[in-house]
Design a protein around this ligand. Structure first.
Ligand code: KIV
Length: 306
């Protein structure tokens, strides 16, 4: 049985709204069909446990989650890391990029994920401009994601430039996930979402950055949008797990944005996305059948009335 998650922003189990059977706490009887109030029966994943998975050769399963039901369902499905990514901005909040996402946005959504009391490790993304100005600002904002959001770890993008901030966070007791390659917060500098590190010099730099992030104390490293061969090389060269997204099959784990894998995202689908469901189409169909029933006065029936 997993232990209580009372420190930081985590809600003690007995006080969690879900424990009453109403995931949102404010919903009426119609919400009783929600995911329910039981905490995950698996032992909790911690940063050292994730490192240990690489040593055992056990592939690490990561998805993004931004809300309570997604966190609960993904946790029940056996996901080991729930990333409250700043992809929140594009797939949930309707922004064109991740750049407008704020620390408050990530705190708000991390709280919702943490309330699911998953055994998966909850990693909160540090938004654009929450760690670039100074190492002090970086540590304070990372601390907010842990204390106010209830995150178990934070993620930030970049290599050499962020290594001093990573060291400070790790010294403060915050596990840090690195992120190299196609780092979406650099979309303006990259001039678009393009595969990175195709040339030899860039590949050497990325490998150097990966080693530096490991030395700085990162427990894990996301590799995004890089040649598969480089994903494999970095994975062999460092002792911490690599989590690939468009970085080939040799990474120690894989991450996908949940809206992409569920078929819920309306925008461009990169080549690395595999869709496991068509929930967008299922939602459109359900809403239109509901609308037709209301228009035709077929809903509610006597059985659905008090
Ligand atoms: O924000 C995010 O969802 C991410 C993953 C794609 C790694 O950074």
């Amino acid at each position: 049985m997993s232990e209580e998650r009372t420190p930081g922003g985590r809600t003690p189990r007995s006080e969690t709204p879900g424990a009453a059977g109403f995931p949102g706490g404010t919903a009426g009887p119609g919400a009783t069909g929600g995911p329910g109030g039981k905490a995950s029966p698996r032992p909790r994943f911690t940063a050292p446990r994730i490192i240990e998975m690489k040593r055992r050769g056990d592939p690490i399963v990561v998805v993004t989650a931004y809300d309570f039901p997604t966190a609960r369902f993904a946790d029940e499905a056996g996901v080991e890391i729930l990333l409250v990514g700043d992809s929140l901005g594009t797939v949930v909040l309707g922004y064109e990029s991740t750049l407008p996402v704020t620390v408050e946005d990530i705190v708000h959504h991390t709280r919702a994920v943490a309330r699911a009391r998953p055994s998966a490790l909850v990693v909160a993304d540090m938004p654009f401009m929450s760690y670039q100005v100074s190492d002090e600002q970086a540590v304070l904002n990372a601390g907010r994601l842990v204390k106010e959001g209830g995150a178990d770890a934070v993620k930030l993008e970049g290599g050499e430039r962020v290594a001093p901030a990573v060291r400070r966070m790790v010294e403060a007791g915050i596990p840090v996930m690195g992120h190299l390659g196609l780092t979406p917060q650099s979309v303006l500098a990259f001039g678009g979402y393009k595969v990175q590190a195709r040339g030899e010099a860039d590949q050497e730099r990325l490998l150097r950055d990966a080693r530096l992030l490991e030395q700085s104390g990162c427990f894990c490293l996301v590799l995004e949008g890089i040649p598969a061969r480089l994903g494999g090389l970095v994975t062999r060269e460092i002792g911490i797990p690599t989590i690939g997204i468009g970085a080939g099959p040799q990474c120690d784990g894989q991450v996908l944005v949940s809206h992409d894998l569920l078929g819920l995202f309306l925008g461009h689908q990169p080549k690395f996305v595999r869709r496991y469901a068509a929930l967008g189409e299922a939602m459109r169909d359900a809403f239109s059948r509901y609308a037709a029933d209301v228009k035709a006065r077929r809903f509610p029936s006597d059985a659905e009335s008090y």
